[in-house]
Design a protein around this ligand. Structure first.
Ligand SMILES: Nc1ncnc2c1ncn2[C@@H]1O[C@H](COP(=O)(O)OP(=O)(O)O)[C@@H](O)[C@H]1O
Ligand SMILES: [Mg+2]
Length: 342
């Protein structure tokens, strides 16, 4: 049993866009696992439903949202849990880091107090012991002069330092699972890389599992054990990281990969953006939502619902929702040969 097992999660909001429906779907039948101690990436363009998925798991969606399915954490369904019980889980067993730490840090409380509060609540440590541990935590997340920083307010820290402080607060209660939603998106590229590396180190040394949510495949490249790719509220592909990067089968995934800068690409090779925009057509009742942007789309993609199934050409677990996958480049037979027989 995985630490977190999300099954058939669906999320709708009131106020559908016409067609007689009063609800608009944001997420439809999403399933994925986060194994204990592992890093699971959840990737997709803006609007694909990543944030609402994580908010649903944490019970933090607005009350107007309709949520279906289950999210079993340590064997207990978070979606069916009473709010009071859920409050106990949040910040103790599961912690979150968001894109903008200014929205989750309290602007009028010092960084030190914010960390010591969490420590004291969860460990019952004395004020002094919590203070010492807070200093150590700040040092561990790479904040220079941590003892001085403890007395400062969030606005006195740079963006990168604030995000490091946020990570320290999230880890203060030693959660089993850290959910990080675009944790580095607001940061400069070089700081981004440092913070990601730090997060990777911290979760691995503490054995904390992480659900890393990002629109940027480059972010998950160095960090994740598994990658789940979402498109328009659905999972379109899921595989172990090396497998996914070596052998993307869904054309959306391969498009995402082609738009990520690579160090091993020949000089002067251009990045290829995926044509179209994510939500110009919402294909809920018309098969694959990516079809309008896909070069391989035909009637098979638009007509019927495609299930998420094991890729028969993969040696390990590799789930795919696609009628015309990218040909397996590693196979012996020529690619066009495969495509015809697929
Ligand atoms: N509170 C809300 N009310 C109505 N629709 C929402 C709300 N929050 C998110 N959505 C919709 O849900 C969809 C998924 O959003 P989100 O999870 O934020 O995407 P992502 O994090 O992948 O960029 C979007 O179409 C968005 O407009
Ligand atoms: Mg988001």
């Amino acid at each position: 049993m995985a630490l977190l097992e999300v099954r058939d999660l669906s999320i709708s909001f009131p106020g559908g866009s016409g067609r007689g429906s009063a609800l608009s779907k944001a997420v439809d039948g999403v399933s994925f696992d986060v194994e204990a101690g592992q890093v699971a990436g959840l990737v997709g363009e803006s609007g694909s439903g990543k944030s609402v998925t994580s908010l649903a798991v944490m019970g933090l969606l607005p009350h107007t949202a309709r949520v279906g399915g289950s999210a079993s954490f340590d064997g207990r369904d978070l979606l069916a849990m009473p709010e009071r019980e859920l409050e106990g889980v949040r910040g103790r067993d599961v912690a979150m880091v968001f894109q903008d730490p200014m929205t989750s840090l309290n602007p009028v409380v010092t960084v030190g107090t914010q960390i010591t509060e969490v420590l004291r609540r969860h460990t019952g440590a004395s004020r002094r012991a919590a203070r010492d541990e807070a200093g150590e935590l700040l040092a561990r997340v790479g904040i220079p002069a941590p003892v001085r920083r403890l007395r400062e307010y969030p606005h006195q820290l740079s963006g990168g330092m604030r995000q490091r402080a946020m990570i320290a607060i999230a880890l203060a209660c030693s959660p089993k699972l850290l959910i990080a939603d675009e944790p580095t998106t607001a940061l400069d590229v070089t700081i981004q890389a440092q913070v990601l590396e730090l997060m990777g180190e911290l979760v691995r040394e503490r054995g904390t599992a992480m659900l890393l949510i990002t629109h940027d495949l480059g972010v998950v490249a160095g960090l994740c054990d598994t990658v789940t790719v979402m498109y328009s509220g659905r999972v379109v592909e899921r595989a172990e990281r090396h497998e996914l990067f070596a052998r993307p089968r869904h054309r959306y995934t391969s498009g995402l990969l082609a738009s990520v800068p690579r160090l091993d690409a020949p000089r002067g090779q251009r990045l290829q953006p995926i044509p179209g925009t994510p939500r110009d057509v919402i294909g809920w009742d018309a098969g694959c939502a990516f079809a309008p942007r896909c070069s391989a789309a035909d009637d098979a993609c638009r007509g019927t619902e495609l299930p998420l199934v094991q890729d028969p050409t993969a040696s390990g677990r590799h789930l795919l929702r696609c009628a015309h996958p990218v040909p397996d480049q590693r196979a012996d037979e020529p690619a066009d040969e495969q495509e015809r027989s697929a």
